[in-house]
Write a protein that binds this ligand. Structure first.
Ligand code: IVH
Length: 667
């Protein structure tokens, strides 16, 4: 075979294999046998082995990627990945439809209903017909590049058919088919490995694996439901999107309904509920979307979700089981939470042996006793909960649950809050409290010190190597060598991750400190407003409440925290450790916006924080509310009340392209 012959044969084989993959995995109507398919694939592998220069990145032989990765690259979504508002009853659904009718000013509205696939959201970009990358939702703005893992999904085309659009970003849900999930768990159990609680967890866990060869052994699949940005695409409705998915060989939902009245919608929801158990993937509800994009544009977005779509969540499944014991968990704030240990029971696709009991007051209110038969409920991602007791099944042997008077870990007398609901261990040195605090500090949302998982943290605390978060920065090789079953490579990685965390923005540190009531959003706002942790620490309650989103309760909590000498000493050690204590100075990009004050609203191509930084770096000021002092309102796609106010006050409204042009102008 000459090189030219090989090249043309390889091209032919690729086309054939892609076609049969599509017929098998997307359209579920194979026309050749598995054996014939394998023969095609083997022939291609042989040619590529003889002529390695003929291997192309989209070749079906490349589905199982190369070497394991060190970690995932973060990619910023061009269009943020939002979520949907949820409804739980037919009444709420009717109310949603009434809002559509009001918003669009007519009776009948063509809506599309699709199953809500319970998997992991993904955004996939095709460029020049080739799979470019696939990114997880992450925080909605930035996600992990999991392309190599996605390549192992056989139904996912690496190259689009030539007659389909070639450049677009498509959104869908990666899932593990129910049957494949059951098989995987069985294999794991036999291998003595921990099993996954449900198909969604196993999907998320699989996508996080760094070795695509292991991923290739896991049965992942994908269903698509939309485009990241339809504005440049030849589509005017969700129905058009479905047609486009078909043309591109991208799998869409197996069942789709149309409805144009509230009654039809509810009928479709009920119909899906009857059929969803026979779908190959786990579903936790229905997604209802207004079909026409013109209508969608008219309805717009709230700050969190589109107004033109909603999710309907089905009633969670319930099961009966026995309460074997009640254990006590100690939280980051010292809160003692009762946890139910149950006789294992299968519900909504997984085996449940623990459930939350929320607090001791609830146990008393529901009169839950050890030994009782109880009803548990599992709603999608939520941890199962005990909802009621089968009192008629009591034998008299059941034992009441007694609220603890002492912390089960350190023995300190507990403290009850004013409403007597939360019971806390007041000992700041309680080893459990310290562990939870450190787990929070190192978590992804806070300082993001990867690798320091629960078991490492537990050892660090138990060995007294770490008493508080500042001690993390005193760790060295010698100290870490005392950890059980931790190799030099891991030690190296821990130390690196700890070192890198010093450069995390100061708001992450404030959030990581775990100050009562201070969330990530609040911490961001504090740093934005005060500029440095020192300035936050020095502020009085009246000054603190001047900061947007900081209310009386949060301000009080901050004030107390920063007045406690123990905390100040901790802060001092963190500062000495070289952590970032102030908002980064933004290097001036231009002074194009000097003398202007901006308010940002609506959905834009980047998150507000990033755009605010851009404005500041070009000399402008950013404010959170529209007033007479506002020069411009930068309005994205769902601008609401701020837009109204700006129009009323005569403030100039600017759209994003115009704003970008202002940045680039050379004076
Ligand atoms: S449409 C603006 N359609 O559910 C978001 N989402 O709570 C539009 N999901 O983020 C999403 N099946 O991860 C849509 N047929 C479907 C879906 C679906 C599952 C997931 C998706 C989304 C979340 C919304």
């Amino acid at each position: 075979m000459t090189h030219a012959e090989a090249a043309s044969r390889a091209a032919f084989l690729r086309q054939e294999i892609d076609k049969h993959n599509r017929l098998y995995y997307v359209e579920a109507r194979p026309v050749i046998s598995d054996r014939q398919f394998d023969a095609l694939l083997r022939e291609l592998q042989d040619i590529e082995a003889r002529f390695p220069d003929l291997v192309t990145p989209d070749s079906p032989t490349q589905r199982v990627g190369g070497a394991p990765l060190e970690g995932f690259v973060q990619i910023r979504h061009t269009v943020p990945m939002m979520s949907l508002d949820n409804t739980y009853s037919e009444e709420e659904m009717t109310a949603f439809f009434a809002r559509l009718q009001k918003g669009l000013g007519r009776e009948k509205i063509d809506c599309v209903l699709e199953p809500k696939v319970d998997g992991v959201a993904i955004s996939i970009r095709y460029e020049n017909g080739l799979l470019k990358h696939g990114v997880t939702r992450g925080d909605g703005q930035t996600g992990d590049d999991v392309t190599n893992n996605l390549r192992t999904i056989k139904s996912l085309p690496l190259r689009l058919p030539a007659d389909a659009p070639q450049n677009f970003e498509v959104r869908g849900e990666v899932f593990m088919p129910k049957a494949g999930f059951a098989r995987l768990n069985q294999e794991r159990e036999e291998a003595g490995e921990p099993t996954f609680a449900n198909p969604r967890n196993s999907t998320a866990g699989t996508l996080k694996l760094l070795d695509p060869k292991i991923v290739a052994k896991r049965p992942l699949d994908i269903v698509f439901y939309g485009l990241a940005d339809a504005s440049d695409m030849p589509v005017e409705s969700q129905t058009d999107v479905h047609a486009l998915l078909d043309r591109a060989g991208l799998r869409k939902a197996d069942l789709i309904w149309h409805a144009s009245t509230a009654e039809e919608l509810i009928a479709a929801i009920r119909d899906l509920d009857e059929k969803r158990r026979s779908l190959p993937y786990e579903t936790d509800g229905a997604v209802i979307k207004v079909n026409s994009f013109a209508d969608q544009r008219e309805l717009g977005f709230t700050s969190k979700a589109p107004r033109w779509a909603i999710a309907y969540k089905y009633q969670p499944e319930q099961a009966e089981t026995r309460l074997l014991a009640v254990d006590i968990q100690v939280g980051r704030t010292g809160a003692l939470t009762p946890v139910a240990r149950l006789e294992p029971v299968f519900v909504s696709g997984s085996t449940v042996s623990n459930a939350t009991l929320h607090n001791f007051e609830e146990i008393e209110r529901k009169d839950i006793r050890i030994g009782d038969y109880v009803i548990i409920e599992k709603a999608g991602e939520i941890i199962p909960a005990v909802v009621s007791v089968k009192t008629e099944k009591r034998t008299g042997e059941e034992k009441p649950v007694v609220a603890p008077l002492h912390c089960p870990v350190c023995g300190t007398s507990v403290h009850r809050d004013e409403e007597q609901v939360v019971i806390r261990c007041p000992n700041p040195h309680c080893p459990e409290v310290v562990k939870r605090r450190i787990e929070h500090f190192v978590s992804r949302g806070a300082m993001d010190i990867s690798g320091l998982g629960e078991s490492v943290v537990a050892q660090l605390v138990d060995l007294k190597l770490v008493r508080d978060v500042a001690d993390l920065y005193q760790l060295n090789e010698l100290l870490l060598a005392r950890l059980d079953r931790v190799g030099t490579k891991s030690i190296d990685n821990y130390l690196k991750a700890i070192e890198q965390s010093k450069a995390q923005p100061a708001w992450r540190l404030v959030f990581g400190l775990g100050i009562l009531h201070v969330g990530a959003g609040g911490a961001r706002k504090l740093l934005e407003h005060f500029g440095s942790i020192d300035a936050v620490a020095a502020a009085g309650v009246e000054e603190l409440v001047q900061c947007p989103d900081i209310g009386e309760v949060v301000a009080q909590s901050l004030h107390e925290w920063f007045r406690d000498p123990v905390n100040l000493e901790l802060l001092g050690r963190l500062k000495a450790g070289g952590l970032t204590m102030a908002q980064k100075e933004v290097t001036a990009a231009s002074d194009n916006l000097a003398g202007t004050t901006w308010v940002i609203t609506g959905t834009l191509s980047e998150d507000r924080e990033t755009i605010a930084d851009t404005i500041r770096s070009h000399g402008g000021k950013v404010s959170s509310s529209v007033s007479g002092k506002t020069t411009y309102l930068l309005a994205g796609s769902d601008a609401g009340s701020k837009l109204d106010k700006a129009t009323k006050l005569g403030v100039k409204v600017i759209a994003e392209p115009e704003f970008r042009a202002m940045l680039e102008k050379t004076s």
